[in-house]
Design a protein around this ligand. Structure first.
Ligand code: JF5
Length: 252
């Protein structure tokens, strides 16, 4: 059965356009993903198709009214949980993306930075979900982040199933460095070991690189894994730092 994800938004073309392209578009055509986009304006009755109004008590900006949102939910009966996208929510991470990909479906309500009527948050929404500590004008781009992070984890969506599991965060580490042709480019060489054909040593080298990179840039991820294991220490000792193989000054 396709994973159903409903998105409630005042910019349906934006969300539908994104979900029709590339990876997600293919997943939908192949029946792996069932993304349904709902225009909150479709539920409006007034001539201006209003979805927002001025805040009670005064203040700048407009607040999304409860009517169009409750009416859309009543008409559509979208899959639960219904998440409101906003910076105040639980932060999306890879574990949550994985759980959502393995779920029976869920829905995303795109809020506006000016605000959403509190009755929606308290009586309609199940949970607030954030994609990071910054403020967007609307929840749409955050919804696209959720769609892509979750969609690519749905079985069959990625061309090569190994690549979804092997990448950053799958084992709590950043990725090892990747190289492709040419072997020498402007004097910059592909590490010799990657061309050695010794897959056991290559795997160990990659592990060491991933550990070093994570230690350098995301020590919090090493901490979250409970520090370095004996095996980690071992592989690091076996593969000394060779980020700068010919001793030249790094460009970055
Ligand atoms: C929004 C109130 C929704 O800014 C966001 C956002 C940031 N991280 N994740 C979502 O969404 C728009 C802003 C303020 C509700």
């Amino acid at each position: 059965m396709a994973l159903r994800i409903d998105v409630l938004t005042i910019f349906p073309e934006l969300v539908d356009g994104f979900a029709s392209e590339s990876l997600l578009g293919r997943a939908r055509t192949r029946g792996l993903l069932d993304v349904r986009v709902h225009d909150l304006r479709a539920a409006t009755t007034d001539v201006h198709r209003s979805v927002d109004d001025t805040p009670y008590g005064g203040g700048a900006g407009m607040v999304l009214m409860p009517g169009p949102i409750f009416d859309t939910v009543d008409a559509v009966d979208p899959p639960r949980p219904l998440f409101l996208l906003g910076p105040g929510g639980r932060r999306l991470d890879q574990a949550m993306a994985r759980a959502l990909a393995d779920s029976d479906g869920f829905s995303l309500l795109c809020g506006r930075y000016e605000g959403v009527d509190e009755r929606v948050r308290r009586h309609l929404v199940d949970e607030e979900l954030s994609v990071g500590d910054y403020v967007l004008a609307g929840g749409e781009v955050a919804a696209l982040v959720v769609l892509e992070a979750v969609g690519r984890l749905v079985p069959g969506v990625m061309g090569n199933d190994a690549s979804a599991g092997e990448e950053s965060f799958a084992d709590g580490l950043l990725e090892y460095p990747q190289y492709t042709k040419p072997p020498s480019y402007r004097g910059m060489e592909v590490p010799e070991i990657l061309r050695s054909g010794d897959h056991g040593r290559i795997a160990a080298w990659r592990r060491a690189q991933a550990l070093r990179r994570t230690l350098a840039h995301r020590p919090d991820l090493i901490e979250a894994r409970g520090g370095l294991s004996a095996d980690d220490e071992d592989v690091l000792a076996t593969w000394p730092d060779d980020t700068d193989p010919d001793g030249a000054t790094s460009a970055s």
